[in-house]
Structure formats: C-alpha cells, structure tokens
Design a binder for this molecule. Structure first.
Ligand code: SF4
Length: 65
C-alpha cells in the first residue's frame, strides 16, 4: 500500500485495500481534477510534486492548469 500511495496509483490501492469497493466509491464521489492527486490538495499535492521533482520535471504551480 505504501508503494501504491507513493505512486498515487489509485487502482492498485483499491485492489489491495481491505474494502476496495467502498474506497473506490468514496473516491469516485469526489474525483480529483488530476488523477495523480486526491481531492484535498489538487495541484498543490506534495506527493505529486515530489514525484515530479524525482522524475526531473519542472514544477510551476502558477502556470499549470
Ligand atoms: S498531498 Fe494532498 S492531494 Fe496529495 S495525496 Fe496527500 S492529501 Fe491528497
């Protein structure tokens, strides 16, 4: 689960969760605009930002849509 969380891999998290169907239902009731985040922080997601930096991508919050 930690690896799936690190990758923001929702399908894998739902697959290995104790109650994946309920988790998926909660997720889909308020889906994030960017699937590489959750609905809380959106493009300010610290996990997403860290992964982008580790992949060598440039992070510019003010210019991203
Ligand atoms: S940092 Fe925010 S958007 Fe990213 S996974 Fe955590 S709560 Fe969700």
């Amino acid at each position: 689960m930690a690896q799936a969380r690190h990758n923001v891999d929702w399908d894998e998290m739902f697959r290995i969760a104790v109650d994946g169907e309920k988790a998926r239902a909660y997720f889909e009731s308020t889906p994030p605009a960017d699937r590489h985040t959750c609905s809380m922080c959106g493009k300010m997601c610290a996990v997403r930002t860290t992964n982008m930096i580790l992949e060598g991508k440039k992070v510019e919050f003010c210019t991203e849509k």
